[in-house]
Write a protein that binds this ligand. Structure first.
Ligand code: TYM
Length: 328
């Protein structure tokens, strides 16, 4: 079973990224699976990036995955831009996709909203590079958060279209979206997903937030005018906090509701903040240690790139042959 996911090196990884994508990958590192996890730096440049910062963020992303439990022996960990076959396949898929299909992508619509014509072609084409990322490796399963489901479905459609046009070539991938944690909502606006591009830092819990910041953000998290702790999806803010609490402790939301019976929001938020900070502290320490040994990080990424390249080269040779551009 080949399992693959990828994240943008945006500098801020929040707990939504952690529970939506990275942690499921850590859990899937079991015998019989071949896992790939990569840093999509070419997706990141669909919006302007400072080059020095981008380099730092790529290393930070790699350090974070290792800190959370990605084992480079079990998971091929690499940087997307090192494997030129991703952009090569994206071009070929571009020629199979229709403009209307990309115009329907909700993430594009969200990101392009209000920008008029000042939107990069890269941002529009982003789902095709993502389809190439997935199809290049004959991926069976793609663990992602809810917001990426539509993109994985487009990759499925394109795999089927290519196979129908040129003969069996690609495995048809499927998204795997966990039940809890697939859509962590913004702390300041529980009707929208937690997002690193949110206008306020109070929207997300970054993996690098210190104890004081975590407490401040959770204390100011939007709840409602109720006073008891219950798990009810219509109480979106509280339900989101309970989901986060459940993910960091491994307890069910029912257990947590029982623990907080007779207590109010104040106690609940202080309890949650303490738990989140204790959860993050060892991760932060490992990230910092890992960043101090840059040569080790570079070597892990080099080895990952070599392993990914071997798979990607073989697949692209087949794709070129299928579409008729290989002459001998
Ligand atoms: P990105 O970098 O925006 O997000 C990385 C992963 O985190 C998940 N996620 C969330 N999960 C739960 N709650 C949230 N609030 C939340 N916010 C983000 C995302 O669903 C994602 O799984 N296009 C992708 C990266 C990508 C990719 C791929 C993923 C490129 N190529 C191939 C899988 C396979 C993206 O921008 O994710």
């Amino acid at each position: 079973m080949r399992i693959l996911t990828a994240l943008q090196p945006s500098g801020i990884l929040h707990i939504g990224n952690l529970f939506g994508a990275i942690e499921p990958m850590v859990k899937l590192q079991i015998f019989g699976n071949e896992n790939l996890l990569f840093i999509v730096d070419y997706h990141a440049i669909t919006v302007p990036q400072d080059p020095a910062e981008l380099r730092r963020n790529i290393l930070f992303a790699a350090a974070t995955y290792l800190a959370i439990g990605i084992d480079p022996k079990k998971t091929i960990l690499f940087q997307q831009s090192r494997i030129s076959e991703h952009t090569e396949l994206a071009w070929i898929l571009n020629c199979l996709v229709h403009m209307g299909e990309l115009e329907r992508m909700t993430q594009y619509k969200d990101k392009a909203r209000g920008k008029g014509e000042a939107v990069s072609v890269g941002l529009f084409d982003y789902p095709i590079l993502m389809a190439a990322d997935i199809l290049l490796y004959d991926t069976n399963v793609v663990p992602v958060g809810e917001d990426q489901k539509q993109h994985v479905e487009l990759a499925r459609d394109l795999a089927q279209r290519f196979n129908k046009t040129f003969g069996e070539t690609f495995v048809i991938p499927r998204p795997e979206i966990r039940k809890e944690g697939a859509r962590i909502m913004g702390l300041d606006d529980p009707d929208k997903k937690m997002s690193k591009s949110a206008s306020s830092e109070k929207n997300y819990l970054s993996l690098m937030d210190d104890e004081t910041t975590v407490l401040k953000k959770i204390k100011s998290a939007v709840t409602d005018s109720g006073s008891t702790i219950t798990f009810d999806k219509t109480r979106a803010g509280l339900a989101n906090l309970l989901t986060i609490y459940s993910l960091v402790t491994g307890k069910t939301t029912d257990q947590l509701v029982n623990e907080y019976e007779g207590k109010g929001y104040g106690d609940f938020k202080i309890g949650l903040a303490g738990t989140v900070s204790s959860y993050l502290a060892p991760i932060q320490e490992k990230i910092n240690n890992s960043l101090e040994d840059e040569s080790k990080l570079l070597s892990i990424l080099d080895q990952g790139a070599a392993r990914a390249k071997a798979i990607a080269e073989k697949k692209m040779a087949d794709v070129r042959k299928k579409i008729g551009v290989t002459l001998s």
